[in-house]
Write a protein that binds this ligand. Structure first.
Ligand SMILES: Nc1ncnc2c1ncn2[C@@H]1O[C@H](COP(=O)(O)OP(=O)(O)OP(=O)(O)O)[C@@H](O)[C@H]1O
Length: 717
């Protein structure tokens, strides 16, 4: 429970990006609660601004490699009919017809209004075509007509100003300013263009073929991984350090899982380092910021190893299948939870173990959950109790006296040994090295190093991104392979890498820091009435279009909508409103009870199932998806949730079902990093998707929405 309390505390103190991290901070314990928190405006920008350049410092031996831009479908020989027709018609336009002036609102002002003689309409029309000095002088002494004349003059002036503004040559400045510019970076053309055996082991390849569509080709980041991460180790102590950076839904999980699993399989029979006497001694560790993501990654890894027989364990309650079964619908899930609620006693979920050694090759979990398993449950409870007392003292305005708590705390036997760990993957590295998470992450990495016989001291209050360090921090070399993956690189992460991992190789896709190519954007203007009604009518429009067009080849099948709000109260309010309007929905926030139950069933019906794997390389996805037969009830949005409402909690890493064709952003995104992750829950793996951004698009108070629009435009691929 304490974790959820700490979570809500964080939420209340949050500003901008802090909120995101606070809301996804879900692990069952905090590592070092008494440290001073780096809040305030000075801490925020480096966490919320995308880095300008990924190049390592010139004096370091780190490298950067960017995959070449894939040829767009409509640029290559296989351009579809529509685009060919478009290009043909544009050519004929060029040849025969003089270019048509672009239509603007001002080109036919007040069209259709029949003006009185010398009336406002005529003057307005004149004013658009004539210059001000050509306008006829005032010919009548009538005050009414004078007024009209001046109105027309004012209109003409405005028009001229607008035209001049439009024609003014603009410097080619990206509105994001700090945006990562992949076009300036070195790319390589020699990348593998298929998954083959070798480099992949036959067993892995078989599972891969079952997971991906038959024509699947490696995505740019996977091609880079095939090129770099399958190379044999130069020496026993040559540990690899890589950053894998690519846009959302581009297959990063596969890009790191394949080399890790392959290496685990290859070294399966090797002499292992003496393991600690613990019941589980994994050889690889994947860290993720949320329990939901840990479970999905563990399930994905399991689907890749059933031939090679490696053992994967999820720390966020092991042994439960985290991927939803194909037949499960969201409504069943709701009922299941209602039942489970009464049986479940403890909000904390534990890995059940009997104390007997249990073979594990790969462990997946949040840093805090893994720390709990490696240090023993309860290792930091005293500290947390003190933090609570300190908080209460602060709230009551009294001094906090640091004395021993009245309760005595027990610490359970540690379950996991770290000495055998050779691979550590930090998924969503920008979050896990963010000030709110970095202590737990670094503490765990340092524990692993120590267990492997290399002491790398851990200093809790280190600033990972010192602005202008006079003495640069000592680089860290962990005695294991370290892979960091992310879809966004804020300046704080870039500066951490420069300072502590200067020799790390950075592999990046050319579309990094852009929206997936298959994702469209749409802007919806608030009508000025009830905003919840505006959202409801847009949802109904999505379904009306689905009923006409069909979804995934099935007429009458309605797509699902994922709605992102900034605040928990907004999530609850919208959920209640939609429920009243007969739209069944799932509302999920960091403190939701359903999250405490140790499985991903609260996301059933919304997460991707295996049958829905589609082609990133651009093949016609509708032919590849196997559409499960659904009952009438599960197709009915009044009975089965077709809408999920959440905060940034679910914006990280989760692979949502391609049934989610629309992501609604109903509150202005706090920053573009947040936006990229939220929008990226749709349009994954080359699937079509749309991000619908609500805002006040015109009139007074529209500056913010317009600014968002400009920035979003810059993120389009
Ligand atoms: N080469 C491929 N061809 C077709 N589909 C693929 C390929 N590689 C991965 N996929 C599918 O793409 C989907 C998205 O992959 P994944 O979740 O790894 O993306 P990601 O880059 O980690 O996204 P995020 O940044 O949001 O975490 C998965 O369903 C996966 O099965």
């Amino acid at each position: 429970m304490a974790s959820f309390m700490s979570c809500s505390l964080r939420t209340s103190t949050s500003i901008t990006e802090r909120y995101l991290v606070a809301s996804i901070h879900t692990s069952s314990s905090r590592s070092s609660p008494s440290r001073p928190r780096k809040s305030g405006p000075s801490a925020a920008p480096s966490r919320t601004k995308l880095v300008k350049d990924l190049k390592p410092k010139p004096e370091s031996s780190g490298k950067l490699e960017v995959a070449p831009k894939p040829v767009r479908e409509d640029e290559g020989p296989s351009a579809n009919k529509k685009s060919r027709r478009r290009s043909r018609s544009s050519k004929s336009d060029e040849a025969d017809i003089p270019p048509r002036p672009a239509f603007t609102r001002d080109s036919i002002p007040h069209a259709g209004i029949a003006p009185a003689r010398e009336g406002l309409g005529r003057l307005l029309r004149k004013s658009s075509t004539e210059t001000l000095k050509d306008m006829p002088p005032i010919s009548t002494p009538s005050p009414a007509l004078n007024l009209k004349h001046w109105a027309a003059r004012a209109h003409a002036e405005r028009t001229q100003r607008r035209v001049a503004e439009r024609r003014r040559p603009r410097p080619a400045v990206n509105p994001l300013g700090d945006e990562f510019n992949a076009s300036k970076l070195e790319s390589t053309d020699q990348l593998p263009d298929r998954f083959t055996s070798p480099p992949l082991l036959e067993g892995l390849l078989t599972c891969l073929r079952e997971t991906l569509p038959p024509d699947a080709k490696p995505t740019p980041i996977q091609a880079l991984s095939l090129k770099h991460l399958f190379k044999p180790k130069v020496s026993d102590n040559a540990w690899r350090q890589y950053l894998l950076a690519s846009e959302t839904g581009s297959g990063k999980s596969m890009a790191y899982l394949l080399p890790v699993l392959q290496d685990l399989k290859n070294s399966d029979n090797d002499q292992r380092p003496p393991a600690q006497k613990r019941s589980m001694n994994p050889r690889a560790l994947i860290l993720a910021p949320t329990h939901e993501l840990s479970r999905q990654l563990a399930s994905f890894a399991k689907s890749l190893v059933h031939v090679s027989k490696l053992r994967v364990l999820c720390a966020s309650r092991a042994n439960l299948p985290s991927a939803p079964s194909k037949s499960t619908t969201a409504s069943k899930m709701v009922t299941a939870f209602n039942d489970m609620g009464e049986r479940e006693e403890s909000p904390e979920f534990r890995v059940r173990h009997s104390g007997r050694p249990r073979p594990v090759d790969l462990l997946v979990g949040t840093p805090n959950k893994v720390l709990e398993m490696t240090r023993g449950r309860g290792w930091n409870w005293e500290e947390r109790a003190k933090e609570k007392m300190e908080r209460e003292a602060q709230e009551q305005g009294r001094d906090f006296v640091d004395e021993k708590t009245k309760r005595s705390f027990w610490t359970a036997e540690p379950e996991v040994g770290l000495a055998g760990i050779e691979w550590v993957v930090v998924d969503e590295a920008d979050v896990l090295f963010d000030p709110d998470f970095q202590e737990s992450t670094r503490m765990l990495l340092s524990d692993i190093a120590l267990a492997r016989g290399h002491s790398i001291p851990f200093e809790p209050n280190t600033d990972l991104a010192p602005a202008n360090p006079e003495t640069p921090p000592t680089p860290v070399k962990y005695p294991f392979n370290l892979l960091l993956t992310t879809a966004t690189i804020p300046s704080s992460l870039a500066s951490y890498l420069d300072n502590y991992h200067p020799d790390l190789t950075r592999l990046a896709s050319p579309n990094l820091h852009h929206l997936p190519r298959s994702l469209k954007t749409e802007y919806v203007n608030w009508t000025g009435g009830n905003r919840n009604s505006d959202i409801e009518s847009r949802i109904r429009r999505v379904w009306a279009e689905d009923s006409l067009r069909g979804t995934d080849g099935q007429i009458g099948l309605l797509s699902k909508v994922l709605v992102f709000c900034n605040r928990r109260s907004k999530v609850e309010d919208l959920a209640a409103f939609l429920e009243e309007k007969n739209i069944k929905n799932v509302a999920l926030t960091g403190t939701a009870d359903s999250r405490k139950r140790g499985s991903n069933h609260h996301l059933d019906g919304f997460l991707r199932t295996k049958t829905k794997a589609l082609s990133v390389s651009g093949a016609d996805s509708s032919t590849l998806s196997v559409v499960p037969k659904l009952s009438a009830e599960s197709k009915d949005p009044k009975k089965t949730p077709h809408v999920m409402i959440t905060t940034s909690l679910l914006s990280r890493g989760l692979d949502f079902s391609p049934d989610i064709k629309h992501v609604f952003i109903v509150d202005e995104p706090r920053n573009m990093i947040d936006f990229l992750h939220r929008a990226g829950r749709s349009g994954r793996a080359g699937e079509k998707g749309k991000v619908v951004i609500f805002g006040k698009m015109s009139g007074r108070g529209s500056a913010l929405a317009k600014d968002v629009k400009t920035k979003v435009r810059a993120l389009r691929a």
